[in-house]
Write a protein that binds this ligand. Structure first.
Ligand SMILES: C[S@@+](CC[C@H](N)C(=O)[O-])C[C@H]1O[C@@H](n2cnc3c(N)ncnc32)[C@H](O)[C@@H]1O
Length: 291
């Protein structure tokens, strides 16, 4: 569970995050697939919360899930410093998120190596918490192309990756893989050197840096995403007030008997206790801050 990079040196990982994807290709592509304005966004494996403010500006609410207590403390400091008022923090792991069924619209999980072949229980948990019509995004490195990918292969030769197997796993689970060309862009050589040393064994890192005079490094990404089917015959509306667990016949073309569960969270009221497993999600209405 402990992340070797961010848990070893969170300050340095902050520099890595600042250098990564300077054009925000990830957010721009996500926005085209599933905009989060007025939606509830969850960041699973949020680390120190680096990406929270990117969603907070437009989202109705942002929920950050992070199991490492030390990282959570840093995240809470960031949330306070940046006045991210519509944010909640939960100490939990991806397979066991203490939220009611179908309470969030958008899942974001970046460099979440816990999502990969064999993570079916984590995917099941995502499906459970996402509303019909919602979307999940998992962001990982594209290790088929670019300088960073070549460094991974050279730096960790004892950990060969079967790209076909990894990608088939995701497509078999109903996800689409979008390849994004991106980069690491460092302000100065020292930052680049430190970050490369954070990610690679010392001897390999020294060689990579010596052989790469530019402060720009190709750092290509995979945006692994899936949109969950909206309720058939029903407008996608997060302000529905159906009682949790009831069954309804939805009229309209293609109507059929379905279980309306996406509104479970719209009928209870409580609060999330930061850092505990006893969270309950309150009433969430479109455009309102329920917290
Ligand atoms: C490489 S860091 C990335 C952090 C953050 N997403 C970012 O981009 O700055 C991976 C994060 O996943 C968290 N993590 C590890 N195992 C996890 C699990 N099973 N469920 C949820 N988060 C997990 C780690 O504690 C760490 O914060």
């Amino acid at each position: 569970m402990r992340s070797p990079n961010i848990a070893t040196d969170a300050d340095l990982y902050e520099i890595e995050n600042l250098a990564a994807d300077p054009d925000r290709t990830v957010e721009r592509t996500m926005q085209r697939i599933a905009p989060w304005s007025g939606k509830v966004v969850i960041d699973v494996g949020a680390g120190t919360g680096f990406h929270l403010d990117r969603f907070h500006d437009a989202a109705a609410h942002v929920i950050a899930v992070e199991p490492d207590p030390a990282l959570r403390i840093r995240m809470m400091r960031r949330i306070t410093d940046n006045r991210l008022e519509r944010t909640s923090v939960i100490g939990a792991i991806a397979v066991d998120i203490p939220l009611r069924d179908h309470c969030v619209d958008i899942v974001h999980s970046r460099f979440a190596y816990f999502f990969g072949p064999g993570c079916e229980p984590g995917i099941a948990e995502l499906k459970r918490i996402v509303r019909p019509g919602g979307a999940a995004f998992i962001i990982d490195n594209d290790l088929r192309s670019g300088t960073f990918a070549s460094w991974i292969h050279a730096g960790y030769p004892d950990r060969p990756l079967d790209h076909d197997e990894i990608e088939s796993f995701w497509t078999d689970q109903g996800f689409t893989i979008t390849r994004l060309e991106s980069s690491w862009s460092f302000d100065n050589r020292d930052d680049l050197e430190w970050v490369v040393h954070l990610e690679f064994p010392a001897d390999k890192a020294a060689r990579f840096v010596a052989d790469h005079p530019s402060n720009e490094i190709e750092y290509n990404l995979l945006l692994i995403h899936r949109t969950f089917a909206p309720l058939i015959g029903s407008p996608l509306d997060t302000s529905l007030t159906t009682t949790a667990g009831t069954r309804q016949v939805v009229s309209g073309p293609g109507a059929r008997r379905i279980s309306i569960t996406e509104t479970q969270c719209a009928n209870s009221s409580s609060s999330i206790s930061v850092g505990t497993r006893s969270a309950r999600i309150p009433r969430i209405e479109k455009g309102a801050d329920p917290w």
